[in-house]
Design a protein around this ligand. Structure first.
Ligand code: OOB
Length: 550
């Protein structure tokens, strides 16, 4: 069994690891074992469906081992990092389980990521391969992958998923289908080992990669499946980008597989497509970000000719603060139980419970899923706040990481000597144990669940030839929660950059579409922050306050 610890991974202290094992949080099961056990018990049950596939557990298990064998032939092995950029389709599950089988680590990229994100992620993870689709939503991912391969020195292979027999493969790229070999023997793995790398929401500079082990992640998946009452008849619809922690594990696709249920995939979360998928696949549960939940609720409230949603029992909303008013309407409109989910890829996930009183479901973001989760709420000096007061949320526990992958600088900022992770969230704890999320301490914007680093976007704008200085702030938005406002000081006030030119400039730099500014405001001089040395943080606060006042 390869037992070497992944360099750059911060383990839990031994006494806590022992405790988490003794308390049966960590069970020693790997993802590959989870799938093979299900395939042995219920081979015929349907594991994954999408518009064109319908795979049983036996089929999925065979496919994962088949692809794993082909990837090993290519030289991909234990601990090798592999960028996975795939949309919501059945092959996503096949690919990640193939990597799990060989102990190679998927690095979960999103379909919206572009060169500016993928190159730093590839370099920070020293990825050896990238698996993506040739095209998706008319975007040429094959060309993007080729660019990434040329700019990430460690990247040797690009494997493309394609439905088009005419696809041409650039040098270094190949058809994923050519690596579906006759399944061979799989290596034995250690469940305490890192299984994959997730990406942190709002990162800048060196991306923050989140190492999750089989043991810790499967525990969070199991608890999530219990809390959401999943069983063999459950059908989870992945409609948010499935590489994200929420649709992956809260309970997400892995929760559905853990429970022996079915994963249904759709790449389009809008009501027209997703409602049809619910009817077609008999979906029982799904997770949404608040702006999507609003679209669904409004469509359902409008009534008229609509697919049958009666199979749907639970709709989860998370990723960003759900307005109370929306939370109140959602259950009745969709005929479901609403569940709020407040979580982070670093670990801690809180849920309202399915039998909670409506007041809790509407007004809180729930409580931690594990008895062994520890939380504390502190002021800016680190002292615990009075009960019920707002403060910074810190956490540690059996599925919260102790450090980012190979990033000592970020670790110094986010983890203290006792292993507490600073979430960056401002919360209040109610006497009933539920948390209410009040906002963020850090400089990133939560645009309807998508996280945008102000600093990262400012760095792009500063490259614009017509911009002398730029400050990005989040401004309140009734639908998205926050939108992105760029304050810019033009080089030439007579010809200030416009929203259109700024957006097309930023797009040209190859960044994810969700990071595009929603508004550009030109100002001649940035206001004084009154703290001597200009602090961008203070400047952001001043501009945000000014914007709110308007
Ligand atoms: C989820 O994970 P990330 O890593 O993309 O983002 C985490 C951050 C949290 O620190 C918080 O600022 C925000 O997203 N957030 C929420 C929230 N859920 C997440 N803010 C307010 N209300 C909520 N319900 O977004 C994520 C991971 C697992 C499950 C659900 C969401």
């Amino acid at each position: 069994m390869p037992s070497s610890v992944l360099p750059g991974f911060t383990p839990w202290p031994p006494e806590l690891a022992t405790r988490y094992r003794d308390e049966k949080c960590w069970t020693g099961e790997t993802f590959a074992q989870l799938l093979s056990t299900r395939a042995a018990h219920t081979p015929e049950a349907i594991a994954v469906v999408d518009a064109t596939h319908r795979w049983s557990y036996a089929e999925l298990d065979r496919r994962a081992r088949s692809l794993a064998t082909g990837l090993m032939r290519l030289g991909i092995g234990h601990h090798d990092r592999v960028l996975v950029q795939l949309p919501n389709r059945a092959e996503f599950v096949e690919v990640i389980f193939a990597l799990f089988e060989i102990g190679a680590l998927p690095v979960f990229c999103l379909p919206a990521h572009r060169e500016s994100e993928l190159v730093p992620i590839g370099n920070a993870s020293t990825a050896v391969a990238m698996i993506t689709c040739a095209t998706h939503q008319r975007f040429d991912h094959a060309a993007l992958a080729d660019t990434v391969r040329h700019r990430v020195a460690s990247l040797r292979h690009v494997l493309l998923l394609t439905d088009d027999p005419e696809t041409e493969f650039a040098e270094g790229a190949a058809d994923l289908a050519d690596y579906r070999d006759e399944p061979g023997d799989m290596p034995e793995l250690d469940a305490g080992d890192v299984a994959f790398l997730q990406l942190s929401g709002g990162s800048t500079g060196i991306p923050k990669l989140i190492p999750r082990t089989h043991d810790d992640y499967l525990y969070s998946v199991r608890r999530s499946a219990e809390i959401t009452e999943l069983g063999p008849d459950s059908v989870y619809l992945a409609t948010l980008p499935v590489a994200h922690n929420f649709p992956m594990s809260s309970p997400g696709i892995l929760g559905a597989l853990y429970a022996g249920g079915t994963v249904a995939m759709t790449p389009d979360p809008t009501p027209s497509t997703a409602f049809a998928a619910i009817e077609r696949f008999g979906v029982t549960i799904t997770g949404l970000v608040p702006p999507l939940a609003r679209l669904w609720v409004e469509r359902a409230e409008k009534g008229g000719e609509m697919p049958d949603l009666s199979s749907l029992q639970v709709v989860q909303v998370g990723g960003a603060r759900c307005p109370d008013e929306l939370a109140r309407r959602a259950g009745p409109a969709l005929g479901v139980t609403l569940q709020q989910v407040f979580g982070m890829a670093e670990g801690l996930v809180c849920y309202t419970r399915l039998d909670d009183p409506i007041d809790v479901v509407v007004a809180t973001q729930g409580r931690p899923m594990s008895e062994l989760d520890r939380i504390k709420i502190v002021d800016d000096e680190g002292a615990e706040v009075a009960p019920g007061a707002d403060g910074n949320l810190k956490t540690q526990g059996p599925y919260t990481i102790r450090g980012y992958y190979d990033n000592p600088e970020a670790n110094t900022r986010s983890f203290d000597a006792d292993g507490w992770y600073s979430t960056g969230d401002i919360v209040a704890l109610r006497p009933d144990g539920n948390l209410v999320v009040k906002g963020r301490a850090g400089d990133w914007i939560n645009r309807g669940g998508e996280k945008v680093s102000a600093e990262e976007l400012e760095a792009h704008l500063l490259e614009h030839p017509g911009i002398r200085d730029a400050v990005i702030v989040g401004t309140p938005d009734p639908v998205l929660g926050q939108r992105i406002c760029a304050f810019v000081q033009p080089v030439d006030p007579a010809t200030p950059p416009t929203l259109t030119t700024v957006r097309s400039f930023v797009r040209g730099r190859g960044i994810a579409a969700w990071k595009m500014p929603d508004a550009v405001v030109t100002i001649d001089e940035f206001p004084e922050t009154g703290v001597g040395k200009t602090s961008r943080r203070d400047l952001r606060r001043l501009l945000a306050e000014g914007q709110r006042a308007q």
